[in-house]
Design a binder for this molecule. Structure first.
Ligand code: SF4
Length: 427
C-alpha cells in the first residue's frame, strides 16, 4: 500500500493491540493460561509462548499507571505499606497492584505462576523476592554475562563468547524444566522454532525502523511514538501479530521518509534522548521539545528496552536452544552496554543521525539507568562537542516532577542551540 492513509497507523494500531493484550491478561486465568512475570531486558517471550503462557511485564504495567496519571495512588499505597520513597517506582506501583489483587487501569493482572529474571538490573532480583514472599512464586534468575569492559564484547566464533553462550544455554535448559512443571506441558521445540521465526521477522523490521529515522525530517519521535513501539516489541515478541505490526510500521515510515513527512511540522533541531521518559507528564514533556522544533531522532531507551530487537539479531532455527542462548546473551548484554557504556552508544549515533543535541533524563526511581549520566555528558562534550541538557525528575513519581523548572531549562537549552547554529552559519 502506498497511500497517506497509512500515516499514523503504527500509533493507532499499537494502542489497539495493547488494549487487547491487557484484555488477554485479564482472561488468562479463565483460559487456564499460567502467567509468567518477566522483564523487558531478557523476557524469553519466545519460550513462554511456546508453552502458551501469558507473559506479564510489570514494568509496562507500572508505566501505564503513570501515563494514565494514577501512579501516585499506587505509590502512596506501597509507601504506607512500608516501602521507601527512594526505591524504584515501578516496584512500588507493582506492590500496590498486587495488594489490590491485580486491579489495573487497563484490566486485571493475573498473579504470577512463575517469574523469570535476568541480572540486567539488580532491582529485578529484589523484585522477584517480593513475589516469592507474597505468592510463593517460583523464581528463575538467568545470569547473563555482560561486557567485561567498554568495547570488549566477544562474538560468535570467539572461545570466550562460546563459554558465555554455554553458560546461558545450560540455564535455559533448567528454565525449560521449570516451565514444563508450571505449564504442565512437554516442551515442543517446533513451537519454539515458530515463535523464534516471528521474533526474527520483528527484529529485522525493528532495526530498519530505527535506521529510517536517519532521514530528515525524522519520521517518528523516538520518545513518544517510540514508547508505543517498545510496548509492542516486548508484549508481542515471538508472535505473528508483532511481526506483522513492525512490517507495517516499516512500510509507514518508509512512505513518510520518501515523501518528506516528519514527526513534527518544522524540524529545527535533531535530538537524542538518554534514559527513561517522564511518564507523569508524558505529552507535555514531549511538547517542551517539539514546540521549539526539537525532534527526538533516537534514544538509548529504544535500545535497552527493546530486549535486543534493535540489533536485528537473527536466530538460527536449525539449533533453536543454542541460538536462543546466543540471542539472550547478545541482546541483554547490549541492553546493559547501552546503560553502562552509554558514551559509546551515543557517539555512534551522532553522525548517521545528524544529531544537534543530547537530552539526559536522570530519574529518582532508577539508579540503573541514571547512574553516570554526568560522566557520560562530560565525555560527550570532550569527544564530540555536542551540546547537552541534563534534566532530573522521575518516570513515576509526580511529586518530584517540576514542569516549570524543566521548561526553564529546556528553553535555555534551545536558545543555546539556536545561537550556536546562527554563529555557525554566519562564520
Ligand atoms: S531500577 Fe530502573 S531498570 Fe531497574 S526495574 Fe526499576 S526502572 Fe527498571
Amino acid at each position: 500500500m502506498n497511500s497517506p492513509a497509512i500515516v499514523g497507523r503504527g500509533v493507532t494500531e499499537g494502542a489497539r493491540m495493547f488494549r487487547e493484550w491487557f484484555a488477554s491478561l485479564t482472561e488468562a486465568p479463565q483460559r487456564g493460561r499460567p502467567a509468567a512475570y518477566v522483564f523487558v531486558m531478557g523476557s524469553f517471550n519466545e519460550l513462554l509462548l511456546a508453552f502458551d503462557m501469558a507473559p506479564v511485564f510489570p514494568e509496562i504495567n507500572s508505566l501505564q499507571m503513570a501515563v494514565r496519571r494514577v501512579a501516585h495512588e499506587y505509590l502512596n499505597e506501597a509507601e504506607d505499606y512500608g516501602y521507601s520513597p527512594d526505591i524504584c517506582g515501578y516496584v512500588k506501583a507493582d506492590v500496590a497492584l498486587q495488594l489490590r489483587k491485580g486491579r489495573h487501569p487497563m484490566g486485571v493482572i493475573p498473579k504470577p505462576d512463575v517469574a523469570i529474571l535476568t541480572n540486567a538490573c539488580n532491582t529485578y532480583l529484589k523484585w522477584g523476592e517480593i513475589w516469592e514472599r507474597m505468592h510463593g512464586t517460583p523464581v528463575v534468575t538467568v545470569d547473563i554475562p555482560g561486557s567485561r569492559a567498554s568495547g570488549r564484547q566477544t562474538w560468535p566464533g570467539d572461545p570466550d563468547f562460546e563459554r558465555d553462550r554455554i553458560y546461558v544455554e545450560r540455564q535455559i535448559r533448567e528454565l525449560i524444566a521449570v516451565l514444563e512443571r508450571v505449564a504442565k506441558k512437554k516442551f515442543d521445540v517446533d513451537r519454539l522454532r515458530e515463535t523464534m521465526g516471528h521474533a526474527n521477522a520483528m527484529s529485522r523490521s525493528f532495526k530498519q525502523l530505527i535506521e529510517l529515522n536517519r532521514s530528515t525530517p525524522a519520521v517518528f519521535n523516538a520518545v513518544s511514538e517510540g514508547t508505543v513501539y517498545l510496548g509492542v516489541a516486548n508484549g508481542f515478541r515471538g508472535t505473528a501479530a508483532g511481526a506483522a505490526y513492525f512490517r507495517d510500521l516499516v512500510e509507514e515510515m518508509s512512505y513518510k521518509a520518501a515523501n518528506g513527512l516528519g514527526t513534527i511540522n518544522e524540524e529545527k533541531h535533531r535530538l537524542v534522548f538518554v534514559g527513561v521518559p517522564c511518564y507523569p507528564i508524558f505529552r507535555r514533556f514531549n511538547e517542551l521539545f517539539s514546540e521549539w522544533g526539537g525532534a527526538f531522532v533516537s534514544s538509548t531507551y529504544l535500545w535497552f528496552a527493546s530486549g535486543g530487537a534493535g540489533l536485528g539479531w537473527q536466530y538460527d532455527l536449525s539449533r533453536p536452544i543454542e541460538s536462543l542462548a546466543e540471542g539472550a546473551l547478545i541482546g541483554v548484554r547490549h541492553a546493559m552496554d547501552c546503560m553502562f557504556f552509554q558514551d559509546r552508544a551515543l557517539i555512534d549515533l551522532i553522525d548517521p543521525y545528524r544529531v544537534d543535541g543530547v537530552v539526559f533524563h536522570g530519574i529518582k526511581s532508577c539508579r540503573t539507568t541514571s547512574t553516570g549520566l554526568s560522566d557520560t555528558r562530560r565525555v560527550l562534550g570532550e569527544r564530540r562537542d555536542i551540546p547537552s541538557l541534563l534534566l532530573e525528575s522521575d518516570m513515576m513519581d509526580r511529586r518530584v516532577v517540576s514542569e516549570a523548572q524543566m521548561k526553564n531549562r529546556v528553553d535555555a537549552f534551545f536558545e543555546g542551540l539556536a545561537s550556536r547554529k546562527l554563529a555557525r552559519t554566519s562564520a
